[in-house]
Design a protein. Structure first.
Length: 206
């Protein structure tokens, strides 16, 4: 169903099975935990009644698993993986979570190509948004991706610096919830438009 506005719902993947407590990044074979499956199911429940036109996902297993739980509720829709939605490319993969906590999960400072900086993430998110606005203008699409991919887009929308420090201020230490839904609503086909934002945690009671 087409409307005047374009809605792009970015869904963070569900919680990951990570008994070694490492920064898994783009490492293979990290899948949803039992709790992550419940979280993804809650997101699917919320989105079931929405007129979703297309569903996209990062190539990582945890995002595909989350996206498939959403897609199964919508007849004839299949998950399409898109590299633009992928996890941050960082040299910190495999580091212990305790070590990452000490540096505030700043996986960007000092990075050189081919590793990514926040601005690189924002460029590819804007490219994805631009493609969605032109291909699915007036429709509602879902994109299952990763925390910083969403967080940096939110920072840009709010006019805040796109930095790890601003990200911490934005979420006040709680960070973006697993399986949360951040929807950007556009009235035009320009990726330069500053959209309105709707945020919800589907399994959190009001």
């Amino acid at each position: 169903m087409k409307t005047n506005s374009t809605r792009i719902s970015f869904v963070r993947h569900g919680e990951v099975d990570n008994p070694s407590l490492v920064n898994y990044g783009r490492l293979p074979d990290f899948f949803l935990s039992e709790e992550g499956c419940r979280q993804a199911q809650a997101a699917a429940d919320v989105l079931e009644c929405k007129p979703i036109t297309a569903i996209f996902s990062s190539p990582m297993r945890r995002t595909v698993e989350t996206a498939e739980r959403i897609a199964i509720r919508h007849d004839s829709l299949t998950v399409r993986t898109v590299e633009l939605l992928n996890e941050v490319y960082t040299p910190f993969e495999g580091r212990l979570k305790s070590e990452m906590d000490e540096i505030g999960w700043d996986v960007y400072s000092g990075n050189e190509s081919p590793f990514e900086k926040p601005g690189d993430i924002l460029v590819r998110v804007h490219q994805f948004v631009s493609e969605m606005l032109h291909q699915y203008g007036g429709h509602h699409v879902v994109a299952v991706t990763h925390g910083d991919v969403i967080a940096f887009m939110v920072l840009w929308t709010k006019g805040m610096p796109v930095t790890p420090k601003a990200r911490l201020l934005l979420y006040r230490g709680a960070y973006l919830a697993h399986a949360s839904i951040t929807t950007f609503v556009y009235q035009t086909a320009s990726k330069e438009e500053v959209p309105t934002i709707e945020y919800m945690i589907p399994y959190k009671k009001a």
